[in-house]
Design a protein around this ligand. Structure first.
Ligand SMILES: Cc1cc2nc3c(=O)[nH]c(=O)nc-3n(C[C@H](O)[C@H](O)[C@H](O)COP(=O)(O)OP(=O)(O)OC[C@H]3O[C@@H](n4cnc5c(N)ncnc54)[C@H](O)[C@@H]3O)c2cc1C
Length: 401
C-alpha cells in the first residue's frame, strides 16, 4: 500500500496552491461576492495555466490525466477561497460529461475552448417538478426531418447567465418506463447555432452561497438544434447522467474538503494569536480539542476523497458497484462533515466568525450547496442502502479495506 502522491501529482497540487493563494485574495473575493460576479479573469488564467481539463484527452489540449489530479486542483482552489474556487470549478465541471460520453468531434468543439478557459459549461437536468427524481423529464425532445425540437423548462442551472453551452436532459420516448427514453443534448448559447425557436434564460436571484455563480431558469420554446448535438446514446440519457455523476460527485466532495481545510487553517491561526484571560485561546481545552478533532476529521475526509478519485481512475475494473458506492459515500460524508468542521471554526472565531471579513461565515454558506446539488445527501444514502441490500456480505466486507 502506497499513500504517497506521485511527483507529478505533488507538482500539480503545489502549483494550484501557489496560483490560488497568490490570486484569490480576500479583496478580490469580496468584490465578486458583493457584485455576484463570476471570476472570469481568474477562470481564464486557470485555463492558461493548465488547471482546467487535466482529465481531458491530450489531443484536444487536455492533460490526459485523471480524477485524482483534478481533485487536487479543486481542493487547493477551494482551500484558498470557497467562493472563487467553487465558481471556477463549476465553470468547467459540467463539460466533463462531454469527456465521458462525447464523440471526438464533440470533444474537440466543446472541450477545446473549455480547456483554454474561454468557455463556461452548464448542466440542465433539474426541472420544477423533477429534482432528486430524474426518472422522467417534462422537457421534451422531438425529432423532425431537419433537426431536434426542445420544449420545456429547466431550473437551478448553475452559471446559466454565463454558460456557452448547456447539457440538457430531455424525454424523447413518452411511453418508456421510468428512467428510460431520455436523451442528453448539447445546446449552444449562440443563437446562430440554432435552427429555429427560442431559449429564454431568467436569473434566479438571492441564493445562500456560491454567489459568484449565476443560477438560472431555461425555457425552451420550439428550440431547434442540429441532430449532431445529441450527446451519448439516444434514449439512455439517465445512464449518461449517472456516469458523469460518478466522477463529478467526487469532485464536489473535493470542494467541501478544500472548504473545510481553508476554514480550519484560518481558525488555527486565530486560536494561536487571539488572547483572552492572558492566554492564547488554543490553550483552553474547549478550543484546543475542537481544533484537534477537526484536524483529525479533515485527514479522514482527505484520504476518503483521494481513495474515491483513485477508484474512478481505475475505471471500476474490480467490481462495477465499487465506484458508485464510494462516490455516494464521499458525496454525502465529506460535505456533511465539512459543514460541522466549518461550524466549529465559527465557534473558534467567536463573534468575529459571524462576519464576512473572517471568511468562515462565507465558507459555511458556500459549502452548504455541496450537500444538495448533484444528488442530495439523502439520495446518496439511498444509493448506499440499495447497494447494501443487494450485495453479498463478502463483497461488502472486501470493499471495507
Ligand atoms: C445553488 C444550486 C445549484 C444547482 N445547480 C444545478 C445545475 O447546475 N444543474 C441542475 O440540473 N441542477 C442543479 N441544481 C438542482 C439540484 O441538483 C437539486 O436542487 C437537487 O437535486 C434536489 O432537488 P430538489 O431541489 O427538487 O429537491 P427535492 O427532490 O424536492 O427534495 C426535497 C427534499 O426531499 C429529499 N428527498 C427527495 N427524494 C427523496 C428520497 N427518495 N428519499 C429521501 N429523501 C428524499 C431531498 O433529499 C430533499 O431534502 C442546483 C441547485 C441549487 C440550489
Amino acid at each position: 500500500m502506497d499513500f504517497s502522491l506521485s511527483k507529478e501529482q505533488k507538482d500539480i497540487k503545489k502549483a494550484a496552491a501557489e496560483f490560488a493563494r497568490g490570486e484569490f485574495r480576500p479583496e478580490v473575493a469580496q468584490e465578486h461576492e458583493f457584485n455576484h460576479r463570476f471570476p472570469r479573469d481568474l477562470y481564464k488564467r486557470a485555463g492558461e495555466l493548465g488547471f482546467i481539463g487535466l482529465d481531458y484527452p491530450e489531443e484536444i489540449g487536455g492533460g490526459g490525466l485523471g480524477v485524482i489530479e483534478n481533485i487536487l486542483v479543486v481542493e487547493e482552489f477551494c482551500k484558498a477561497d470557497s467562493g472563487i474556487g467553487m465558481a471556477i470549478h463549476l465553470g468547467f465541471l459540467p463539460a466533463k460529461i462531454v469527456k465521458v460520453i462525447g464523440t471526438p468531434e464533440q470533444q474537440e468543439k466543446f472541450l477545446g475552448p473549455i480547456v483554454k478557459g474561454d468557455w463556461i459549461s452548464a448542466v440542465s437536468f433539474t426541472e420544477p417538478n423533477h429534482g432528486s427524481d430524474l426518472t422522467r423529464m417534462e422537457t421534451t425532445l422531438e425529432e423532425r426531418e431537419d433537426g431536434l425540437i426542445l420544449n420545456g423548462t429547466k431550473i437551478f442551472t448553475t452559471n446559466a447567465a454565463y454558460a456557452d453551452f448547456f447539457i440538457v436532459l430531455a424525454q424523447e420516448d413518452h411511453d418508456a418506463s421510468p428512467g428510460h427514453g431520455m436523451t442528453t443534448v448539447l445546446v449552444e448559447r449562440d443563437p446562430s447555432q440554432w435552427l429555429g425557436g427560442k431559449l429564454e434564460i431568467n436569473e434566479i436571484p438571492d441564493k445562500m452561497g456560491i454567489r459568484m455563480t449565476s443560477s438560472g431558469e431555461l425555457v425552451f420554446k420550439d428550440l431547434k438544434v442540429p441532430r449532431e448535438n445529441i450527446l451519448g446514446e439516444r434514449g439512455r440519457g439517465l445512464k449518461n447522467v449517472l456516469e458523469f455523476l460518478d466522477e463529478s460527485r467526487v469532485e464536489i466532495a473535493a470542494q467541501a474538503l478544500g472548504n473545510a481545510e481553508g476554514a480550519f487553517l484560518k481558525a488555527l491561526d486565530h486560536a494561536r494569536k487571539r488572547e483572552q484571560f492572558q492566554k492564547p485561546i488554543i490553550s483552553f481545552q474547549a478550543i484546543g480539542h475542537k481544533l484537534a478533532r477537526t484536524w483529525s476529521q479533515i485527514q479522514s475526509l482527505k484520504w476518503l476523497t483521494y481513495h474515491a478519485a483513485w477508484l474512478c481512475d481505475q475505471g471500476g475494473g474490480k467490481d462495477s458497484e465499487t465506484v458508485p458506492l464510494f462516490t455516494s459515500i464521499v458525496k454525502h460524508h465529506v460535505p456533511e462533515t465539512a459543514k460541522q468542521i466549518i461550524d466549529e471554526t465559527i465557534t473558534v472565531f467567536g463573534g468575529y466568525g459571524y462576519f464576512l471579513e473572517q471568511e468562515v461565515e462565507r465558507r459555511y454558506r458556500d459549502n452548504r450547496i455541496a450537500e444538495i446539488y448533484e444528488g442530495t445527501v439523502e439520495v446518496q444514502l439511498n444509493n448506499i442502502v440499495r447497494i447494501l441490500r443487494k450485495l453479498t456480505l463478502d463483497f461488502i466486507d472486501s470493499v471495507l479495506l
